[in-house]
Design a protein. Structure first.
Length: 384
């Protein structure tokens, strides 16, 4: 397997004009700091701001990231060399105390695969047969149906009459989006760290997504990349197992940096992004695919408004996974068995305007336990 990507691979193609902000672990004494990248150097911004959620609330955030003075922590390549090891400094997930939320079933392709998971009851061997059956029943292109529209409600009635309606169809083409809590604040891992699979899962996959950084007022301030690790067998057994399927040790990766919105990068760039996925296995397995954000069923800002409003506030802001159309069906271990991870897989999620996020796949129970929570973080903040 190739070595981890260099700074050239990790950064956006137009890095020289991108306002990038992230977090770095310095050492046990100093803890995490907020950083930016300028000309390949990582600059510590802690003299000006040391809480990512605070930075994203500030109207002068772009000016701080572009101009604030700070200590150089060396080149980004130096930090990337430490990725996945205990050698500091190294990159963390770029968010800190924000809630980590996620939207599901926002693409027609993933909608069909969720219905298949449900009807297969978590049995990967039945997926191929069910996939063909559902295509015959549904017909047409679900991606062209606007959720909540009269056309969508007519399709719902038709599917109900055939006994083919599903709770996943409800959130896929109904008026209300699925929004759930993906992970706890400070629990997401960053670029180069291992992501974890629950040990009881035997049918799973990465979910490459764009993640919005949203402030407490509901304003999307920037975007990054994320892996919403998916356990298809566990969620397929019952949607009530979503928490077990989604929130485990190291099951959420975000990074490498949040790119702030400015005159060079806007929500329209998110709407038109092509998010690529590459999975490389120690068994010489290679899978490459992509999600076209132009095929998303719900606009990103609609997903934001369904998450925050008069009905729900987030005083520290939140990170919002926008969903994926990637549902791998390529056979790996035998005909009809579809795709599932092997331990040691390397997953790279990338798009030109946000760079690349790379993580290796391991078991959640065999990774270092999550011990750095809010109380530990507050102790480091008080030392500042």
């Amino acid at each position: 397997m190739n070595s981890l990507p260099s700074a050239h691979d990790v950064l956006p193609q137009d890095a020289e004009r991108a306002l990038l902000v992230g977090r770095v672990w310095l050492d046990d004494q100093r803890g995490p700091v907020v950083v930016t990248v300028r000309n390949g150097e990582v600059i510590d911004l802690s003299a000006t701001v040391n809480v990512m959620a605070d930075l994203l609330e500030r109207d002068d955030a772009a000016h701080i990231v572009a101009n604030a003075e700070g200590e150089s922590l060396g080149t980004l390549d130096r930090l990337l060399d430490n990725a996945g090891s205990s050698s500091a400094p190294y990159l963390l997930a770029p968010c800190d105390v924000q809630a980590i939320k996620a939207c599901g079933v926002t693409f027609a392709v993933s909608l069909l695969e969720r219905v298949i998971e449900e009807q297969a009851g978590g049995d990967a061997a039945r997926a191929g047969e069910l996939r063909e059956e559902l295509k015959r029943v549904i017909g047409g292109d679900l991606s062209k149906i606007r959720p909540g529209s009269d056309e969508a409600m007519a399709l719902k009635a038709e599917l109900q009459s055939r006994g083919a309606w599903s709770q996943y169809m409800e959130v896929g083409i109904g008026p209300d989006a699925e929004v759930f809590t993906k992970a706890q604040p400070l629990s997401a891992v960053g670029h180069g760290a291992a992501v974890g699979l629950h040990p009881s899962s035997h049918w799973n996959n990465p979910e490459p997504e764009i993640v919005l950084a949203v402030d407490a007022r509901g304003n999307a301030r920037g975007a990054t990349l994320g892996n919403d690790v998916n356990l298809r067998d566990i969620e397929g057994r019952s949607a009530l197992l979503l928490g077990k399927a989604k929130d485990n040790n190291a099951s959420c990766a975000i990074g490498p940096f949040i790119r702030l919105f400015d005159e060079h990068f806007s929500m329209d760039d998110v709407r038109s992004a092509m998010v690529s996925l590459r999975i490389e296995g120690d068994d010489d397995f290679l899978l490459e695919d992509a999600s076209d954000m132009r095929e998303i069923s719900r606009d990103p800002l609609d997903l934001v408004s369904q998450t925050i409003g008069d009905h729900h506030q987030y005083p520290d802001g939140f990170m919002l996974f926008l969903g994926t159309m990637f549902s791998p069906i390529q056979d790996r271990d035998g005909p009809g068995q579809g795709f599932t991870h092997h331990l040691g897989d390397r997953v790279t999620i990338s798009t030109p305007r946000l760079g690349a996020l790379t993580n290796q796949v391991q078991r959640s129970d065999q990774l270092p336990p999550w011990t750095y929570g809010i109380r530990a973080w507050l102790k480091h903040q008080s030392r500042g």
